[in-house]
Design a protein around this ligand. Structure first.
Ligand SMILES: [Zn+2]
Length: 167
């Protein structure tokens, strides 16, 4: 019922993040910084879904996600699909994919880890298990579950991207 209603409530231009793991919509908005957007958003939590029983869905008018936000979503909800909407039509549909290695995006919370030293070393985590998520720092071997993950600041990620471009 609710799912049908949300489908009817189409957006003109923007992004639809669908098939989010149930209960993760607010976490995604918060951790990707989308919650700071002044644009109109429709958020469905625990929407019934044929494929996953329950899911969350986010629709944002006038906003397109960048590469960093898409990667963050792939970590938080690896089944998510991201649709780009123009003039009420789906112009592109992207299925996010959780990479085997997550570079630069996540902070290792071990203070003595070399990824936290002054050395210009990016954090790097291996994905041990996808569901439920379990990742391991390749430098200090500390293991993190989904609810323990802290994303690197956007400033830090952007700085890294700039460095990569310069190389
Ligand atoms: Zn570490």
């Amino acid at each position: 019922m609710l799912e049908e209603k949300l489908k009817i409530d189409k957006i003109k231009k923007g992004t639809v993040i669908d098939h989010i793991d149930a209960g993760y919509a607010l976490t995604i908005l918060n951790l990707t910084g989308l919650d700071e957007s002044p644009n109109l958003m429709t958020i469905g939590v625990n929407v019934s879904s044929k494929k996953y029983k329950k899911k969350d869905i986010i629709k944002i008018e006038g906003v397109f996600l960048d590469e960093i936000q898409m990667q963050q979503i792939s970590i938080l909800s690896p089944n998510a699909t991201i649709s780009l909407i123009e003039e009420y039509k789906v112009m592109d549909k992207i299925k996010v994919k959780l990479p085997k290695k997550i570079e630069g995006l996540i902070l290792c919370q071990n203070n003595t880890c070399i990824s936290n030293s002054e050395e210009p070393i990016d954090s790097e985590f291996s994905v041990l298990e996808e569901k439920p998520l379990k990742i391991q720092c390749i430098y200090c071997n500390r293991i993190y579950k989904l609810d323990e993950i802290v994303f690197s600041s956007r400033e830090k990620i952007e700085k890294r991207v700039r460095q990569l471009i310069q190389l």
